[in-house]
Design a protein around this ligand. Structure first.
Ligand SMILES: [Zn+2]
Length: 202
């Protein structure tokens, strides 16, 4: 048994499972929630329930979606010959903000990370290959984060795709190394997209 009453301990444990929240933060947030007006705390609970009930993943690109397809896949004005591969749905938001890209996306839902035990099987790689098989894609832009995991994922994919009849490009360096796409400003990310280079996967 912990030092806290069971419901409090449970709340702390649940919060501690969230990304980027250590035990101390979990405690601080839990006590903040307990101090909050009930109506405010329940609004947060309801927002979580609503989001989980109403939002799922797009069956084509694995972006978040309110129906079977996300808004971007449902929009037939987008260029379906260029596919931008990103790690997470939030990266789509970052690329969209640059207004430099009018193609489609594919969300891997993560990146290769041996330390965390995440290999290609845990990512939406099989689904990507299936799309390349059936869709009219001529270019795949590897738009994973400019950090260790993102680079490893880009390298893995460039090798995997090298024998396919599709041009594979990687966004240009110049983004802050070790950072996430979502923290890059629109101009820098826009330039990185524009300056993308073909990778040979050798
Ligand atoms: Zn989609």
């Amino acid at each position: 048994m912990g030092v806290y009453a069971q419901p409090v301990q449970e709340l702390i444990d649940e919060l501690g499972r969230l990304p980027g929240i250590g035990p101390k933060s979990a405690q601080r947030i839990a006590f903040h929630l307990l101090k909050m007006e009930k109506v405010d705390a329940l609004r947060l609970a309801r927002a979580i329930t609503e989001a989980k009930d109403r939002v799922a993943f797009c069956e084509r690109c694995f972006n978040i979606a309110e129906g079977p397809l996300c808004d971007l896949c449902a929009d037939d004005r987008r260029d379906s010959t260029v596919l931008c591969v990103v790690e997470e749905p939030r990266d789509i938001v970052a690329v969209e903000k640059t207004q430099e890209f009018n193609g489609r996306y594919h969300v891997l839902q993560g990146a290769i990370s041996p330390i965390e035990g995440i290999g290609p099987e845990q990512l939406r790689v099989r689904e990507l290959l299936a799309r390349l098989d059936s869709d009219e894609v001529t270019e795949v832009i590897l738009c994973t984060n400019p950090n260790l995991e993102g680079e490893a994922t880009a390298m893995y994919l460039s090798r995997l795709l090298k024998d396919l009849q599709v041009k594979v490009t990687r966004i240009a360096s110049g983004l802050p190394v070790g950072g996430d796409l979502e923290y890059a400003d629109e101009l820098t990310l826009g330039r990185a997209l524009e300056g993308r280079r073909e990778v040979t996967g050798s």
